[in-house]
Design a protein around this ligand. Structure first.
Ligand SMILES: Nc1ncnc2c1ncn2[C@@H]1O[C@H](COP(=O)(O)OP(=O)(O)OP(=O)(O)O)[C@@H](O)[C@H]1O
Ligand SMILES: [Mg+2]
Length: 356
């Protein structure tokens, strides 16, 4: 292998790691890129040798270490040269399992080879005995070869069964592969089944813990919705509540006896405005003085009064003038309507009921 030429090529290739994405590559060398992943990009160097250029030295060291662990086995590509950021190795020929299974069945023989592969992983001391199906190649002679081995070493926690391989097979082939394992290696099958169950239980425990946490968290945060003190905010929310209920019930009553909704709403608003004005200005309500006639809510109510000292007198004057003006105007129909309204809203019985 022409290592000098290799060095020259490597100098003209820049590979940069990108978070959660494949590496970015600037290739000014004459080599063709065969593929890339999160850790590096692979270039064809000769007919049989490729070079993987890494984005960082640690990934390169890791992959080199994993490949060297397996150098006695024929499961991995042979290493020809190594630099701080590259590894030159055999090109793995054949077709990867992902592609293979798109047109070929998962036979018991292939399942057996996959189990053999896992045994070799264990024997050579890989910490993660697991691989994605696209990183496993079937050679023309039927044997398997594996690429991209960096993630099999220098690991703290791993799944104790080949989870990645199983999930990468997809539901149908996973079931079939497990059926083959059950037949070929029953004890191994029982252990994997146990770990799969444990994984499910762990997931359930996590969900329960999470929902308990969420419950507690919500309980704590919902304190914000509570009325803290019995102060003016509390009083005004109570007032708002009473107003709303009162108005709703009032509308229902009026609609029940055949009033137009708009008419009812207008009258209620007028009435409220009037009462609020009296209340805010500490005025004695007119009905308190003249219980029968007092609240003629058909009177228009704008803001005819000021809040100065003579306001009560002014208001009375306004009421009297209004009464005088209105007296002659009302026709018979109007009077009928009015008495119907008053009967409901301002009879002694009604008023007692509606008091707030
Ligand atoms: N020895 C090899 N022989 C042939 N093709 C290879 C070889 N090594 C890598 N490739 C090709 O290059 C691609 C990228 O290589 P590889 O999977 O090793 O990169 P990676 O960055 O480590 O990937 P990942 O993100 O999965 O870790 C592979 O999918 C494959 O197509
Ligand atoms: Mg990798």
């Amino acid at each position: 292998m022409d290592t000098e030429f290799l060095q020259k090529c490597i100098k003209k290739i820049k590979v940069q790691n990108i978070e959660n994405a494949d590496v970015e590559v600037i290739n000014m060398s004459p080599l063709n890129m065969m593929g890339k992943g999160r850790q590096g990009a692979v270039f064809q160097f000769t007919d049989d040798i490729c070079v993987k250029v890494f984005g960082n030295e640690e990934d390169c060291e890791r992959e080199y270490y994993a490949l060297s662990l397996g150098k006695e086995s024929d499961l991995f590509p042979k290493v020809h040269a190594k630099g701080p950021l590259y590894i030159a190795m055999d090109i793995v020929k054949g077709v990867d399992i992902r592609e293979y299974l798109q047109s070929q069945p998962l036979t018991k023989e292939l399942s057996a080879k996959l189990i053999e592969m896992l045994i070799t992983f264990k024997e050579i001391g890989f910490e993660r005995i697991d691989h994605h199906k696209r990183q496993i190649y079937i050679q023309p002679d039927g044997n398997l070869k594996v690429i991209d081995v960096a993630r099999t070493v220098w690991r703290d926690r791993v799944y104790p069964y080949p989870r990645k391989l199983l999930t990468s097979l997809g539901e149908e082939y996973k079931t079939l592969f497990l059926a083959h394992v059950e037949e070929l290696a029953p004890e191994l099958y029982e252990e994997w089944k146990h770990y799969i169950q444990m994984e499910e239980i762990s997931r359930e425990i996590y969900q329960t813990t999470l929902s308990q946490y969420k419950g507690k968290e919500l309980k704590k945060r919902s304190q914000k919705l509570l009325t803290k003190n019995i102060d003016s905010t509390y009083l005004s929310s109570l007032e708002g509540l009473v107003h709303k209920v009162f108005k709703e019930e009032w509308v229902k009553t009026m609609l029940a006896i055949g009033y137009e909704p708009d008419e009812v709403m207008n009258k209620i608003d007028e009435y409220w405005d009037r009462r609020e004005f009296e209340f805010e200005n500490e005025l004695e309500p007119k009905w308190a003085k003249e219980p029968r006639r007092q609240v003629d809510i058909s009177k228009p109510y704008g803001k005819p009064w000021t809040t100065d000292k003579g306001k009560q007198k002014e208001k009375d004057r306004y009421d009297e003038k209004y009464d005088r003006d209105e007296k002659g105007k009302k026709d018979k129909n109007n009077n009928q309507q009015q008495s119907k309204w008053n009967k409901v809203m301002f009879s002694e019985r009604g008023r007692r009921k509606r008091r707030y």
